[in-house]
Design a protein around this ligand. Structure first.
Ligand SMILES: Nc1ncnc2c1ncn2[C@@H]1O[C@H](COP(=O)(O)OP(=O)(O)OP(=O)(O)O)[C@@H](O)[C@H]1O
Length: 211
């Protein structure tokens, strides 16, 4: 039997001596979208960081194609696009420079590709502007332009809709659905209810796994 692309088995997470969740299993296959839900502080960001290999679980294991993440750092990096809840962009750099820098680890990108991605997120004309002078929503859009540039199959996105206007939210929902329909996978947290979802959409409620 083929292993899921990504799976978590009997995962537990403790922070500051508090068990946030335990006995958590999940499996992701090509095309899947998983929205992690739960109250503030329930551990949504922590779970995403575990899945992205940025933190170690207290118990259990995360596996990529059936093998533990240990020893698969490079493989995970090739397959994963992680965008944290802060936009993660540098204020002194322009939108173009930020994207060139953020994407360089995967593959160097030409100016044309970067400008096309910025246009796709509504930032035509803002390519050369230092990011500190962009609005919060525009800064978020710079970070999200990576979803138009990089093609790893697994996207893990922590609160990607923060600061976006209605049009931005609708466009991102469509983009995430299209990624899943092409066989990609999305794990995300958001407190809003997605209007546009792929048929594979499902929710994981962390309250059900609270200690
Ligand atoms: N760097 C850290 N060190 C220690 N404890 C942390 C750290 N980051 C978060 N925590 C704790 O872990 C718990 C869960 O935090 P987490 O950010 O995973 O929750 P969340 O469900 O994403 O919350 P929110 O909906 O507010 O974004 C919180 O009680 C928090 O105080």
């Amino acid at each position: 039997m083929t292993s899921p692309f990504l799976e978590a088995m009997a995962l537990a997470c403790e922070r500051d001596w508090r068990v946030l969740f335990e006995r958590l299993d999940l499996a992701l296959a090509p095309g899947d979208m998983l929205q992690v839900v739960g109250p503030n502080g329930s551990g949504k960001t922590s779970l995403l960081r575990l899945l992205a290999g940025l933190m170690q679980p207290t118990a259990g294991e995360v596996r990529l194609r059936g093998r533990g993440l240990r020893g698969q750092r490079a493989e995970l990096a090739r397959n994963l696009l992680w965008i944290g809840h802060a936009p993660g962009i540098k204020g002194l750099l322009s939108a173009e420079e930020n994207l060139a820098w953020l994407c360089a680890l995967h593959r160097p990108l030409g100016r044309e590709a970067i400008w096309a991605a910025l246009a796709a997120v509504g930032l035509r004309g803002f390519e050369d502007v230092p990011c500190h002078s962009l609005s919060a929503g525009q800064q978020r859009r710079v970070a999200l332009a990576r979803l138009h540039l990089e093609a790893p199959p697994l996207w893990i996105l922590d609160e990607p809709f923060t600061a976006l206007d209605r049009q931005g939210v609708a466009q991102l929902e469509r983009h995430l659905r299209a990624h899943c329909e092409r066989g990609g996978m999305v794990v995300l947290t958001t407190h809003h209810s997605l209007e546009v979802r792929p048929a594979t959409y499902r929710e994981l409620d962390l309250e059900r796994h609270a200690a």
